[in-house]
Design a protein around this ligand. Sequence first.
Ligand code: ATP
Ligand code: MG
Length: 569
Amino acid sequence: MNTERNDAPAASNFIRNIIDDDNRSGKWSQRVETRFPPEPNGYLHIGHAKSICLNFGVARSYGGVCHLRFDDTNPEKESVEYVDSIIDAVRWLGFEWQKDGTEHLYYASDYYDKLYEFAELLIERGKAYVDSQSAEEMRANRGSATEVGTPSPFRERSVQENLDLFRRMKAGEFKEGEHVLRAKIDMSSPNFNMRDPVLYRIRFAHHYRTGDKWCVYPMYDYTHCISDALENITHSLCTLEFEDHRPLYDWILNELAEAGIFTRPLPQQIEFSRLNLTYAITSKRKLLQLVNEGHVDGWDDPRMPTIVGVRRRGFTPESIQLFCERIGVTKVDSWIDMSVFEGALRDDLDEKAPRIAAVLDPLKLVIDNFPEGLSEPCSAPVHPHHPEQGVREFPISRELWIERDDFTETPPKGYFRLFPGNRVRLRYGYVIECTGAEKDENGNVVAVHCNYFPDSKSGTEGANNYKVKGNIHWVSAAAACPAEVRIYDRLFKEPQPDAGGRDFLEALNPDSKRVVNAYLEPGAHGALPEQRYQFERHGYFVADRVDSKPGKPVFNRIVSLRDSWGKPA
Ligand code: ATP
Ligand code: MG
């Protein structure tokens, strides 16, 4: 991983300002402990990457630690498969959760005993009660934006009765929905989250970690703040939709501090804006729908904005970190353009990716005056800005593959490539002059013919005697490495596929995947899975990590060389 970039001073943001203030005042004795708390109910996406880069990045730059915590309190939706994929994704992005020999990997479900114990404590302190209204009654009594809520008829139950009912809820004596445990806060609060929120509900569900031990499960809002406090989190960073939940976060921790469970200072919740990326979807539910309905080839389809998807597409962890640094962290929800994401990838790979020639839409070129059977070595820099990386060698011979659109019989104005009578340079090879083309019975061009100038080879003295305006790439037909190349494009045609509540499936781009049989420079024979190249004139490509085998490579287009979306080809 690129440590230089990670050690560089990160763009300042308002969260750093808060931490700097805390460090100045000594609030946490210079300690910085954050957490990334995914629910293991799906694969992580690019929006989560923002949260990961922020939480782990902030902890790292202050010499602290970021915990990886599975927020697993919805037994029906969670699984080990998702846990494993999340662990992999965070590692791949370049982060770890060890510090001084301690693994900071946690599961909210490990806190079930404590959470239950604290709930009884809240009951004993008159801060929680068992409500036996139906779900509909509770909803109706919640009030509205203009009307205060109506207290439940069960709100004034005695501590003894509440304790008894709550214990019997836990013992499995009641049906789902018969009772819930609620915090006793304020039914007339302007903030709905403070109108006696539910803390526990009955669910007869199997949990992937605790099995059938529990039939009462804690709610997210109750679990989250307590998990933070149990883990000594200092700054609890979450997305803006939790802003209205912050008073509840503080209320619960404050009550437990009053009860002597936690000491102050208590963890501080700080909200930031979520990432919305154009031409992408960042809702786990909708991503699941794309997979389940077969609109894509799985969670790791290279068009998916999941971490496994962008990894398979060929994005680097460094480019994702760079992207997150560039977009920064603010309090204002906004859309980030996909071109910013792709730009970070180009900037990262331009420096790193070795170059090769690749013909994606092959047309035969025959050099009629080139001796049959002769193979002449040519060479080119591995990387134009890094001569120290040396040169790559490939042969030129009588028959080559060139790009179909590098030839035309009737050139439009300004076309400098091959047409009868015109001269171009075969990049790193010779200057040729086009003599004509062969066609099949339907009039399709099947081969182009030319002659070469033997004294025009690139890198020799004679090369400068030839002035040509066009320069095309090619590979030797005899030596080329044939390869399947998957040309990926944006998954959606619309920048905001789900804007205004419309059906995002209607915005699917029908041309988001095209498979071609290409010819690559012979060096590509040895490409290892996940090896990335710049295919000259085409863009950045990666050997597919699942399907590519050395000797039989399969490539994915990561991104074209320039942002050409929406412009005519
Ligand atoms: P769902 O889509 O199912 O509502 P979620 O996006 O809330 O799920 P979690 O697993 O709860 O997913 O998220 C883990 C963390 O990632 C949370 O702290 C959440 O705020 C953050 N996160 C999720 N989506 C984004 C996003 N688009 N931008 C920034 N952070 C995000
Ligand atoms: Mg969530």
